[in-house]
Design a protein. Structure first.
Length: 231
């Protein structure tokens, strides 16, 4: 399968989506990664969206990583792709995990919680033309009928269906030959020079994070977990 994964997080250090890309490549799929980095309060230009449409042509599935402040950006991208193609679109990340039904008003599918194992199962079933609306850790909009299947066992846990050990998860995807990045108004192929520029930006961002209150920073990854636990 040809899969287009789209990151709209603040920088190209999207470790979650890079890990998912690596898992899908390991499962035999062709994956392109798009880093559409910009301020969340600005819409993407028509040029950028036209570029994305051209570059995602022939995809069998598109995935978007969604944080709450980038919700409107995810809607813009989804609508643009839907206006041009009929391949399904799945959202993952913090916002779909916390508010899956809201997200299903705009997209075909959502991943709830950790998505490595979930997307391996989804793409394998799609490739084999099997029914997949019963996959745990996902939600679906089936022609207006909303299906939410709840969370699944964590990858590497005792009852995990596919990833029995975290050692099975490959290193994050840094093969920039299959990566694209928003540069100005255009989406261009990632190369070593652009990657180095982006890496310098990441270092600066990490230095700024250190200045924040350590307790708050350490708490951030656990907030979605607290929400899920209370469901």
């Amino acid at each position: 399968m040809k899969i287009s994964l789209i990151s709209i997080t603040p920088s190209v250090d999207d470790f979650g989506l890079r890990t998912i890309s690596a898992c899908l490549k390991q499962a035999g799929h062709d994956v392109n990664l798009f880093f559409l980095v910009k301020e969340f309060y600005k819409k993407y230009s028509e040029t950028a969206m036209n570029n994305l449409v051209k570059l995602t042509k022939g995809s069998d599935l598109a995935g978007i990583s969604v944080m709450t402040n980038f919700f409107d950006n995810a809607i813009q991208i989804t609508r643009t792709l839907k206006n041009n193609y009929d391949f399904p679109i799945v959202w993952g990340g913090i916002h779909p995990t916390i508010r899956p039904k809201e997200c299903l008003d705009y997209t075909d599918m959502v991943c709830i919680g950790e998505s490595e194992e979930t997307l391996i199962e989804l793409t394998n079933k799609m490739r084999n033309k099997q029914y997949y609306h019963d996959i745990k850790g996902m939600g679906f909009n089936d022609e207006g009928k909303i299906i939410v299947n709840g969370i699944r066992e964590l990858p590497g846990s005792k009852n995990s269906a596919i990833i029995k050990s975290l050692d099975q998860i490959p290193f994050q995807d840094y093969d920039y030959s299959t990566h694209f990045v928003l540069k100005g108004e255009n989406i261009v192929k990632m190369d070593q020079k652009i990657m180095e520029q982006c890496t310098d930006t990441i270092r600066l961002n990490q230095q700024e994070v250190v200045l924040l209150d350590a307790h708050f920073v350490l708490m951030i990854p656990y907030l979605p977990c607290i929400h899920i636990k209370n469901q």
